[in-house]
Design a protein around this ligand. Sequence first.
Ligand SMILES: *Cc1c(COP(=O)(O)O)cnc(C)c1O
Length: 359
Amino acid sequence: MARVYNFNAGPAALPLPVLEKAQAEMLDIAGSGMSVMELSHRSKDFQAIIDAAEAGVRKLLGVSDDYAVLFMQGGASLQFASIPMNLRRPGKSADFVDTGSWASKAIKEAKVTGGVNVVWSGKEESYMRTPKPEELNFSADAEYVHICSNETIGGIRFPEFPKTNVPLIADMSSEIMSRAIDVNQFGMIYAGAQKNIGPSGLALVIIRKDLIERTPENVPIFLRYKTHADEGSLYNTPNTWGIYIVKLITDWMESIGGIAGMQKINEGKAGKLYSVLDSSNFWKAPADKASRSIMNVVWRLPSEELEAKFVSEAKNAGMIGLKGHRSVGGIRASIYNAVPVEAIDALIAFMKDFESKNG
Ligand SMILES: *Cc1c(COP(=O)(O)O)cnc(C)c1O
């Protein structure tokens, strides 16, 4: 069996111990004589799994009883539509910070159904940084403030989150559980699972319970947060497999020291990689240093030809997923929680060799 070093942006690497555990339980979970995918979502066995997944998320992130933890479908992208429908009441508007591709997509979707104020945009600067707190002037009457805490394509993140008087909502798809956060700073956090905490087809939503009551009458029942909160994420058939993998991942994270342990490893991985990028003019990491993501590391080589050569030779050396997003080009290494330190070390050795031959 040959496993590659996987730098895919999403779906992305999963922890090997999690895959092995899922493999071992594939044909018979908890003595049920069935795979998890064959269990009824109304069964006691599945209830134990979803309860454990929720408990794992709550423990790792320190989520209090003031918040609901929901497992939803439609990815982070459906949240772009359902957040404004639920939390921006008729005739009102919400504030958005435009830090890149994903923030822009959330803005575009929110505009379909109502008022949007873009209070800051990095577009003119090619999305090279997140704003400083003093650059943000929020509207007095906004229903909430929306940010993308880590821009997966541009490779930038908020080092600290803005302070707001109204609920702060963050798309954390590409960094959820990668660093310590204070959930109480947010009205809502959401994430597609497939970057850091599971497979595709599942979105994690952590929402303050009072906000769940805000939804206007005209929102379809399925799209209301209350529907899913009242039914413990079992209003309809959820992604049972995805929820099971989230449970295994939270167990795995606990075993390596929780989010504090994870953050330390992640900062070590990113720090190593950025120090190589900073060590020579052959590489150019465009993101502003203060805004650098520790999950998605983006850089350029002297020419597009060299970039293509880099990606293809890396692939031959067992390192995949290094091509930058098609909208920005260049190289991107997505180094999520499940990407081991050895993958970074292999990448760095490859980079040094590549530079000595092509620099
Ligand atoms: C991948 C990603 C999304 C889209 O997630 P889907 O689950 O595919 O809808 C949204 N926001 C960010 C920051 C992402 O990285």
